[in-house]
Write a protein that binds this ligand. Sequence first.
Ligand SMILES: C[S@@+](CC[C@H](N)C(=O)[O-])C[C@H]1O[C@@H](n2cnc3c(N)ncnc32)[C@H](O)[C@@H]1O
Length: 276
Amino acid sequence: MYPEAFDYLTCPRHPEARLALEAGARYAVDGAILRGRVRCPTCGARYRIAAGILDLLGPLALPDSPAQLTNYLPLTAWGYERIWRPRALTLLSGEPLGYDRELPLVAGLLAPGRGGLFVDAACSNGLYARAIERARGGIPGHTIGVDHARPMLRQARAFARAQGLRISYVRAKAQSLPVAAGSAAGVAMGGSLNEIGDADAALRELRRALAPDGRCMMMGLVGARGELGRTLQGALAAGGVGFWPLSELNRRMAAAGLRLRAQWRYGVVVFSLLVV
Ligand SMILES: C[S@@+](CC[C@H](N)C(=O)[O-])C[C@H]1O[C@@H](n2cnc3c(N)ncnc32)[C@H](O)[C@@H]1O
């Protein structure tokens, strides 16, 4: 957590009430807040910062599905970017789709050089948050990564620190982003809508967070066309991972108030640029 995050962070119950850091916080040499408490001025709710991560969910928040449960496991968080993520889109799309193609696309669509707040929603190890922060290039603003799995956020923070990137990580639900309406210059969601739980609520929340000239970049997986792919996706659906046909994804994004500006499809992998 960095102090500049408090220019943007709001209470999950009162999304227009800016959270305030209470006195007595402990800081690292780079200015990161390692430990402390924040308070909502509207309802008085208090939330903890521990190990540099703001927790807006508390110990009683549980995953909704087996798929979400796996992301609460420290081993998954450890292996996610070390093993799976660098190969994931190539394996899923059936064509070379490494970080060398993906991350410039993400940064190019979101254009962080415009400055302001950027949110990586359901960020896992923070791959997109780091790409955004690197592309910001010192322009004023801040990048916040949100996920509901604490081990994912711990790993995300470690990766960002190792690269000298000032990114704040917050434990929260994608359906209840801790930012004010219309405050985000950009919102990214990479591969998470498929397992997010209430996907329509998450889409509406992305729309709520976006500034009038904001951009939303969504990477997601759609229903497979082939027999094998459909069988695999059917098995995953039992664990809480859903795959809509592209037309259904587009219909739901539009219903949430997100207007499609451009879209790229590589097999089941789809990148969408959305505006309000
Ligand atoms: C496929 S991974 C995300 C990948 C990441 N965006 C990337 O591109 O590497 C899905 C992530 O979504 C998170 N997640 C799932 N449902 C969530 C929810 N309702 N709120 C917040 N995070 C959620 C999981 O904890 C997991 O870290």
